[in-house]
Design a protein around this ligand. Structure first.
Ligand code: TYD
Length: 209
């Protein structure tokens, strides 16, 4: 039985979500919670192997539909081997990217029909929807510059044009608006500490245990 708490971080390239998920992890550890941090694509042995296929190579290496299946295959393994066992032990799980990235990147920006994406998502995650999702929002012009300066190896998505990333940004905003029960938009164009404070404050008001 899942009696844990599931938190996801979403956002475009260079939006600071990985930094912020790590800061929340430290905050929760310091507060004495049992917590793990993981990521997608990846987070389990098999899913990390699939990740290698997804983050390297030419930006058009995969069709969006192939990506949808690859991300979903990785996610099934990640849920079974990492996320569910931790939640079943009552832990807090922080995951850097999850289903909303698939909806934004493959669905909205990749032009895959909404019904197909939601059918595959339902099969993949069953009932495992996050309890709390932070959508880190930043102008992609700023985010891409940061991301490309920092990561020259895993850059297949960063190499897609600015228009693609503008679509990702507005996709995440739409996702947040249609999932108000769990999604919080975080203004990522602020001082690091200010952002992390607002994230931990939000956690405290949402986490009821
Ligand atoms: P990630 O390692 O989080 O990259 P970054 O640190 O640059 O945000 O994710 C790698 C890429 O995978 C990222 O560009 C977004 C993409 N992605 C999808 O397209 N669909 C998905 O379902 C997921 C989880 C990630």
């Amino acid at each position: 039985m899942n009696n844990g708490f599931f938190i996801t971080f979403e956002g475009g390239e260079g939006s600071g979500k990985s930094t912020q998920s790590n800061l929340l992890y430290e905050y929760l550890l310091d507060a004495g919670h049992q917590v793990i941090i993981t990521r997608e694509p990846g987070g389990s042995e098999g899913a990390e192997i699939i990740r290698e296929l997804l983050v390297h190579g030419e930006s058009d290496r995969w069709k969006p539909l192939s990506e949808l299946f690859l991300f979903s295959a990785a996610r099934v393994d990640h849920i079974a081997r990492t996320i569910n066992p931790a939640l079943n032990e009552g832990k807090i799980v922080i995951c850097d990217r999850y289903i909303d990235s698939t909806t934004a990147y493959q669905g909205i920006a990749g032009n895959i029909d909404k019904d197909i994406v939601s059918l595959i998502q339902d099969l993949t995650v069953k009932t495992l929807i996050p309890d709390l999702t932070y959508i880190c929002d930043l102008d992609p012009v700023v985010g891409l510059e940061r991301a490309l300066n920092r990561n020259i190896k895993e850059n297949r998505y960063e190499l897609k044009g600015i228009e693609f990333h503008q679509r990702i940004r507005s996709a995440f905003i739409d996702i947040a608006k249609t999932n108000k029960n769990r999604c919080i938009i975080v203004d990522a164009n602020r001082d690091l500490k200010e952002i992390s404070k607002s994230i931990s404050n939000q956690f405290e008001t949402t986490y009821k245990k």
